[in-house]
Design a protein around this ligand. Structure first.
Ligand code: SF4
Length: 350
């Protein structure tokens, strides 16, 4: 059933798909896993350099498992969604401890690794071992919803079940590695969320959404994403060669990344309202020798928009580190991992 689908997809892959990626055709499950974790919320163009850096720093899963967390975070810096990085180190340790350092080869064991969901497990098992598991992600939802004009919302339980069943049904079980890679590439290069290349699409005579001119109505979703804005006022408290920083330890966002002194505000403040924040955190006005406001930077996360406002504060005398913070010198500071927008601010400032 539905063999026309896999036949059309594989023909397109063999004749027209020219997408190059360093991990394409890779059979080593460790490398496949690394590439999949890096690509979970990252574009291929950005992920490529990170993948190569990780492979050259940690050529085996045991090397990654025994690396200090700060070193792994520094390598990950700029990729965002740091829970992926934390889970990656936990998974590497689990492979060493539970599977004697050999990457597991059963879907169930692969799925048991921290940070590995059904999509990543299907990708690893199909690419490394050609096992018949279909990848199902946003790309696959979009392609199938458009071609079959599926009106069940993809973010409902019924929708997930329906799309999973259909994707498994459509999979070419003899060629699952090639099929899965092809459907990912097809979603990224032809049936794109915006401006899909319908005129060049090998499915256009079968695609119901194209026939009915409803391409942009699919996939159907029930929930609208609500995003709240948070205002982070950062103070770079500096004395000579030292800066005050802390590691974020709470489960909020960016756990284990570093930041200068932070005061979170309910709303955007005027410059006049920023000075009193310093007193609020225990830095008296007479200990400040210079104050420099900088540009605003923001970072979009899935459910929140973080707006960071950076102020540099030169101190006349070194004060005791605030609770939870520490003084570090500039060379130590540069080795610490920071959230992406702090990092881009620091690079821009140089
Ligand atoms: S015709 Fe357009 S909407 Fe339909 S599968 Fe092809 S690219 Fe996607």
């Amino acid at each position: 059933m539905n063999s026309w689908f896999s036949r059309t997809l594989l023909n397109w892959n063999r004749l027209e798909n020219h997408r190059q990626m360093p991990w394409k055709g890779e059979k080593d499950p460790y490398r496949i896993w690394l590439s999949e974790i890096i690509l979970q919320q990252t574009r291929v163009e950005q992920g490529r350099a990170y993948y190569e850096r990780f492979i050259s720093s940690f050529s085996t899963v045991s090397q990654l498992a025994s690396a200090p967390q700060q070193e792994v975070f520094k390598l990950w810096e700029g990729l965002g969604y740091y829970s992926r990085c934390r889970n990656m180190t936990k998974a590497a340790q689990a492979i060493v401890e539970q599977f004697n350092g050999r990457f597991p080869d059963s879907y169930k064991d692969v799925l048991s690794l921290p940070g590995v969901g059904p999509y990543t497990a299907a990708a690893i098992c199909s690419f490394a071992y050609n096992q018949p598991f279909a990848v199902v992600d946003g790309n696959v939802y979009r392609i199938l919803a458009r071609i079959f004009e599926i009106t069940i919302p993809v973010d409902s339980d019924a929708g997930k079940k329906h799309f999973n069943t259909l994707a498994t049904d459509l999979l070419d079980k003899e060629n699952s590695a090639e099929y899965n890679q092809a459907i990912m590439d097809f979603g990224a290069t032809v049936c794109k969320p915006k401006n899909p290349l319908c005129n060049q699409c090998p499915f256009h005579d079968r695609c119901n959404a194209y026939k009915h001119n409803t391409v942009y109505s699919y996939p159907v979703k029930t929930k609208k994403l609500l995003r709240r804005t948070r205002y982070f006022y950062y103070f770079f408290l500096e004395k000579d060669d030292e800066i005050m920083v802390r590691e974020r330890v709470t489960k909020d966002i960016w756990q284990h990344l570093y930041e200068p002194v932070l005061v979170e505000a309910e709303k955007e403040l005027s410059e006049k309202e920023i000075n009193p924040l310093l007193r609020k955190i225990g830095i008296p006005a007479d200990s400040v020798s210079g104050l420099r406001y900088s540009v605003k930077h923001s970072q979009q996360l899935t459910h929140q928009q973080i707006c960071g406002i950076f102020t540099h504060v030169s101190l006349k005398n070194k004060v005791d580190a605030l609770s939870g913070y520490q003084w570090v010198n500039k060379s130590e500071f540069e080795k610490l991992p920071f959230p992406r927008y702090i990092l881009s601010y620091l690079k821009e400032k140089k």
